[in-house]
Design a protein around this ligand. Structure first.
Ligand code: 13P
Ligand code: SF4
Length: 317
């Protein structure tokens, strides 16, 4: 394949030829983020997938993201440069599991994090992402029982910030974010006592971060629990010398570009998602050349999942 700028020029040329828009999640490799038309968090990319005019979407992310794009834009061709790019969190629950759980709680509203398969989404009432999860919960009447799936840490976070105790939480986790645990966080905060802290709510340490605030170890205004898009906005506005980042390390590329005067450091430098990193420069080029990596969703499943995903896209800023 061509190197460096030649590769980027070829990607752009092929995208134009194919009438394709390239969307990249914030955890993608730096070269993929840089060549994309748009980079963002799950909610921003879903909204873009629903709105863009191009006839093809090349989704540089993982399988459930490409499926969500296809559900929102069924008339478009959706390409995922490596169809094997999955998600350990999405794998913690099946459609059968949701049906069985619902049967145990008749009448409950089922809220699904977007990190789920299309088949799971088809069994749910409303989806959310980490940036609008609390708004989605608030859109449901207070007395209504909720089943929240599949992420236990995001579930605990929304319970905490909405103050609702009628939310049952599925005990799934993302192996990358669960690995950013309370002990690791404590070590980093002790070593960098003046730094700000941005924590993704999927992290095992999200509760510990707020515990550190409660214990007076870190002042409240220095700790933020945010989606990856929220981290970027906060980074653009911070005056801090240093910010510790608790999420997948791909996020650092965007943060450092957005604010070169602040130093952004990972809480856990080994927090890398191997699925996100499966989208390589070669795979993107191949996908644009051959269009053989298309993602489809069976019509019946897509129809049942669409209402749930469209509600998600409509809620929150
Ligand atoms: P957001 O970019 O929506 O915060 O999602 C994080 C994530 O883990 C996606 O896989
Ligand atoms: Fe899934 Fe975790 Fe990777 Fe995000 S970082 S795609 S939640 S495995």
């Amino acid at each position: 394949r061509p190197e460096g700028t030649e590769w980027a020029t070829e990607v752009r040329r092929l995208a134009k030829e194919r009438d394709a828009v390239i969307l990249a999640h914030n955890y993608q490799r730096p070269e993929i983020q840089d060549v994309a038309d748009h980079t963002g968090d799950s909610l921003a990319l879903s909204r873009l997938a629903a709105q863009v005019e191009a006839s093809t979407i090349v989704f540089c992310g993982v399988h459930f993201m490409a499926e969500t794009a296809k559900i929102l834009s069924p008339e478009k061709t959706v390409l995922l440069p490596e169809p094997k790019a999955g998600c350990s969190l999405a794998d913690t629950i099946t459609a059968e599991d949701v049906r069985a759980w619902r049967a145990e709680h008749p009448g409950a509203t089922v809220v699904a994090y977007v990190n789920t398969s299309a088949a799971v989404k088809a069994e749910t009432d409303i989806c959310c992402t980490s940036s609008n999860a609390a708004d989605v919960i608030r859109s449901i009447p207070a007395e209504q029982e909720i089943l929240f799936l599949p992420d236990q840490f995001l579930g605990a976070h929304v319970k905490r910030i909405t103050g609702r105790d009628n939310i049952h939480v599925w005990m799934g986790e993302c192996h990358v974010h669960a690995g950013i645990d309370g002990a690791t966080l404590r070590e980093r905060v002790d070593a960098e006592p003046d730094a700000e802290l941005y924590v993704h709510p999927e992290c095992g340490c999200a509760t510990s971060a707020l515990y550190l605030v409660g214990a007076g170890t870190v002042p409240q205004d220095r700790v933020k629990v945010l989606s990856t898009g929220g981290m970027l906005t906060a980074a653009e506005n911070t005056k801090a010398d240093k910010v510790l980042i608790a999420t997948e390390t791909g996020m650092l590329h965007q943060l450092r570009a957005a604010n070169p005067t602040t130093s952004f450091e990972p809480v856990n430098s080994r927090a890398e998602c191997r699925y996100m990193k499966m989208i390589t420069a070669d795979k993107l080029l191949n996908s644009l050349r051959t269009a053989t990596t298309e993602i489809t969703v069976p019509d019946g499943v897509a129809e049942r999942a669409r209402a749930s995903v469209e509600r998600m896209v409509a809620i929150g800023s």
